[in-house]
Design a protein around this ligand. Sequence first.
Ligand code: G3H
Ligand code: ZN
Length: 281
Amino acid sequence: MLTPTGELITDVRARGGAACAFNVITVEHAEAIVTGAEMAGCPVILQVSENAVRFHHGRLAPIAAAARAVAVAAGVPVALHLDHVESVELLDEAAPNGFGSVMFDASKRPYAENVLATASVVAACHAAGLWVESELGEVGGKDGAHAPGARTDPAEAAAYVAATGVDALAVAVGSSHAMLERTARLDQELIVRLRDAVGVPLVLHGSSGVPDDELTAAVRGGMVKINIGTALNTAFTGAVRATLGDRPDLVDPRRYLTPARSAMADTVAAALRLLSPVLHP
Ligand code: G3H
Ligand code: ZN
């Protein structure tokens, strides 16, 4: 069932847990994420990034409609989130396309500019009924300027949340986007300090590169939304490569998308099952 993100997050947080958010690129991603969530019996967040919208020729509506339809038919609560948005124009499309939340990403901008831009986006999004996440202390990609050494300062984070009115804060604590190996080490002590300082749910980005023990510790320490993207693509592409490698005569995409979708569902279920005891204490 389609559920507003704020409601889903408030619910898991009230139980002392967290929610996982997985990136949707194709309709098979959305189907796999919901199948995996149903296998694990957990609520889940489907998130579409501005990069994914760019891949779909800059059009949000088709992939949003597909994700929304998959969410509506789901047997577990499913929220729709628009992720890593830098374009204010795209934010205007969130509510009309069924999203319950957005992540406005001004993390590359200087602090004062990030505050000003985010405060104005939060006011507009709240008026449209959207839950808003933003980022402080850029979580870079593998070669990002601030990754993986960037850290969010707790005092600055508290001031930022008060000045912007955001509902959740993505923080830099040692993870990095698009890692293919799970070798990231998180600053667990900083997570606890940030949780105590900011008062709003904390969001962990780049979770594909974070090993199991670090992930469970991060949730125990106060992370409330765990973002996972690359791990699904690793599973998807690995299955496609294996299937096509074995069958050079194969042309029907359903033949390789079926194992690819199953591999993603298994990855989702494994992540949710890992975090389940922490997610649903
Ligand atoms: O916002 C999305 C996440 O931060 C995904 O990061 O692809 O490294 O798992 P990841
Ligand atoms: Zn991210």
